[in-house]
Design a protein around this ligand. Structure first.
Ligand SMILES: [Zn+2]
Length: 732
């Protein structure tokens, strides 16, 4: 196959004076983590300390105008225990000596960064400094024209928002040399705890002389002009781009640790399936990480913040994960000086905290144009300070894992994200606690906490990954998979058959019906003796189908499937809208048992269609599939009205159940106007074996709830939830 990146590249190229070896730009390299091994450095001693972060992102005219004492007082009032302060890159807020490092025109002879650092240290805060290298000035462009990013047409790029500036190349000497000097200077002057690197990874593809030459020498290709991941040059670029950034990260981290061994560089990077840097390697390298999803926009749902926590934790494990939230509207129009409603801020942050994110507020500009956010954030932070013992989580107790796959997004396409979002919404609505799982971490140790794994159209899976999934099922685990899962290899190249055909019990039938119109599912209640998959649908003879289905052929004899196909029929003219075929025996779900493991395979896009259409019948099927597959009493059940994001955690001497109330007319679009309480929730909690509950509290209301203990189960009544309630159970 034309898999260029499988070649061994044993080339050394001189980049920015440093010898950088691209020794193994081949298929398994990205996954193997060999390179990562060399980068491991001990975690700085402070990383697990901060629970509440503050960030003040200065603007250039702040030094002459902003009130330093006000900010120090605000950090104190909010009980913030760590801070990120603007240092340099685009603008230096201290008297830098690095040539071409632009001092704020308002700096005068002050050292604003130094004053802030000293004030924050007096408050006992962890201090990291922010640099942003993505834009620069005419003097730099004249002296070092090769530091400027170049577009596909060969033109140097002016900055899109500040046209007097230039966009810098993220992968060339501007970052590798100049920004290294800036970081060394900041670390030498202030010995801060770390350096946060913002917008460090370039601003889209760069066609400058360095990028063209370095890519050619590493891969043998010219830089691609296509986005098609099956193009050999694009595929190589997806890998090479990451190698350059991991190299850059390593160089910066090494240099600052030489000056202060108890520090590190913290890249602003990471995310879910559609993020560009391999999360598995990020998880190996980063001692702590910041999820930068600041607020909702467009059709974002409030649980999107919690999803960040789950995605990062999948590869970071128990390392501290911090969630940045902005106090302003986060829309494409970038009203960076705006302020959201207090209710919107509270709900967004609550869902992050419930999902293990340590909060980090960010404010752009030291001069406030609108102060309405100050009180809500102060209230939230003081609340989290009171709850701190119960927010120091050791591990989640969820038994269900939702797999995400960067390789599927990179090489097959980003379409799979809608399948994930559908599952996510369904699991939240069904109040099933769950974690996310990275598809490159399917080894036994990582899967040990899970009874069931969900594969939402994880199309691209290697033979090895398929083998790991077979082992998971052989060990008693269960799988739920949809649509094209495993029909492609790890490079997005289509297989002749599913990699997981044996587990699914079906072979690929050679055809995918991409767009079904007016198709239905017949529910086989009688023939399946009221199968549990159809629970809650007893009165429904048929329900709507999805939109796309894979044709499959059973490899074995199945009993009647609970779902059979009613094929598409015309939806116009209305006179013609009648089923041409009332009933088929074409199964639309395949349920198998292997030892203690269970496998459910839906050959259609139930999850993606659910995300698009939100049909309650599909929700019931998704929920029932999880209940059937897990085949156990869940660790927690919560019964009552409304939409709640439910998470369950273990701390050192306690466990917690978080209830985040997402019930709101603005849940699916638009900022929340007000928090609307939901009524009584009955919470059943299975205590871990070998422990006893000594005390039960509701942290938000501060009340002792009614509860009952029956063997290892605790039944707690929560009278109401406004935005966020935590059932906290002390254990001995
Ligand atoms: Zn470049």
């Amino acid at each position: 196959m034309q898999n260029v990146s499988r070649r061994q590249f044993l080339k050394t190229t001189t980049v920015a004076g440093a010898a950088v070896a691209f020794t193994q730009l081949r298929s398994d390299h990205l996954w193997a983590g060999e390179a990562a091994a060399a980068l491991h450095a001990p975690a700085p001693s402070w990383v697990d300390k901060p629970m509440r972060w503050a960030q003040l992102t200065l603007v250039e005219d702040d030094p002459g105008k902003f009130d330093l004492a006000f900010w120090l007082d605000y950090f104190k009032r909010t009980r913030s225990d760590a801070v990120c302060l603007s240092g340099g890159g685009c603008v230096a807020y201290y008297p830098t000596q690095v040539p071409f490092h632009h001092r704020s025109a308002w700096l005068g002879d002050r050292d604003v960064l130094g004053e802030l650092i000293s004030g924050c240290r007096k408050l006992g805060m962890v201090v990291i400094v922010r640099t942003d290298p993505h834009a620069t000035y005419d003097d730099v462009a004249e002296a070092h024209p090769d530091w400027i990013a170049v577009d596909a047409g060969g033109a140097k790029r002016r900055h899109w928002a500040s046209p007097e500036m230039w966009v810098t190349c993220g992968l060339g000497p501007y970052n590798f040399e100049f920004m290294t000097e800036v970081k060394k200077e900041i670390m030498s002057r202030y010995r801060v705890d770390g350096i946060f690197i913002n917008r460090w990874d370039g601003s889209g593809m760069c066609f400058c002389e360095h990028c063209r030459r370095n890519f050619r020498e590493a891969s043998g290709h010219e830089l691609p002009h296509t986005g098609n991941p099956q193009d050999p040059a694009r595929r190589a670029y997806i890998l090479w781009h990451q190698e350059r950034l991991f190299d850059l990260w390593r160089i910066w981290d090494t240099e600052v640790r030489k000056i202060n061994p108890d520090s590190c560089v913290i890249p602003n990077t990471g995310g879910g399936a559609t993020s560009s840097l391999d999360m598995r390697r990020i998880g190996e390298l980063a001692p702590t990480l910041i999820a930068d999803r600041q607020a909702r926009r467009g059709l974002a749902v409030p649980w999107a913040n919690g999803k960040n926590g789950k995605e990062f934790r999948a590869t970071m494990g128990s390392k501290p994960i911090v969630g940045i939230f902005s106090v302003g509207a986060e829309e494409p129009y970038r009203w960076k000086d705006s302020v959201q409603s207090a209710a919107e801020i509270r709900l967004w942050v609550a869902d992050g905290v419930a999902n293990g994110l340590r909060p980090w507020f960010t404010k752009f500009s030291g001069v406030l144009h609108d102060q309405r956010w100050l009180k809500p954030v102060e209230d939230l932070y003081r609340r989290y300070a009171r709850w701190e013992t119960y927010l120091r989580n050791e591990r989640p107790l969820a038994h269900v894992g939702l797999v995400y796959s960067q390789q599927t997004a990179w090489f097959h396409g980003e379409r799979s994200e809608d399948h994930t979002l559908g599952w996510y919404q369904a699991l939240v609505e069904a109040r099933i606690p769950f974690e996310m799982v990275h598809d490159r971490l399917l080894d036994a140790a990582h899967l040990d906490p899970f009874k069931a794994l969900i594969l939402p159209n994880i199309a691209a899976l290697s033979d090895e990954q398929c083998q790991q999934l077979r082992e998971f099922v052989a060990g008693g685990g269960s799988l739920i998979a949809t649509h094209e899962t495993s029909l492609y290899d790890e490079w997005g190249v289509k297989r002749n058959n599913f990699g997981l055909a044996g587990l699914f019990g079906v072979n690929y039938g050679g055809k995918i019906e991409a767009r079904m119109q007016n198709a239905y599912l017949r529910l086989e209640h009688e023939a399946t003796h009221r199968h549990p998959l159809l629970k809650g649908l007893e009165d429904a003879p048929r329900i709507i189908h999805g939109v796309s289905r894979v044709e499959v052929e059973p490899r074995e004899q199945f009993p009647t499937s609970p779902l059979t196909l009613i094929p598409s029929y015309p939806d116009l003219p209305m006179e013609k809208v009648y089923p041409r075929v009332a009933k088929t025996d074409i199964a639309q779900v395949f349920l198998r048992e292997e030892g203690k493991g269970r496998v459910a395979y839906f050959p259609w896009d139930i999850d993606r269609t659910f995300w698009e259409v939100l049909c309650v019948d599909h929700l019931k099927l998704l929920r029932n599939a999880v209940e059937w597959a897990t085949n156990e009493e869940p660790p927690v059940t919560v019964t009552g009205p409304g939409v709640l994001d439910v998470t369950v955690w273990r701390q050192k001497a306690s466990m917690t159940v978080h209830l985040v109330n997402l019930t709101n007319p603005m849940m699916m679009k638009g900022p929340v106007r007000e928090l609307i309480p939901v009524g009584e929730q009955k919470v059943r909690i299975r205590l871990p074996n070998g422990v006893r509950a000594t005390n039960v509290q509701l942290l938000a209301t501060g009340k002792k709830p009614r509860f009952e203990r029956i063997r290892q189960e605790l039944y707690v009544t929560v009278p109401a939830v406004l935005d966020h309630e935590i059932v906290a159970i002390d254990l001995v």
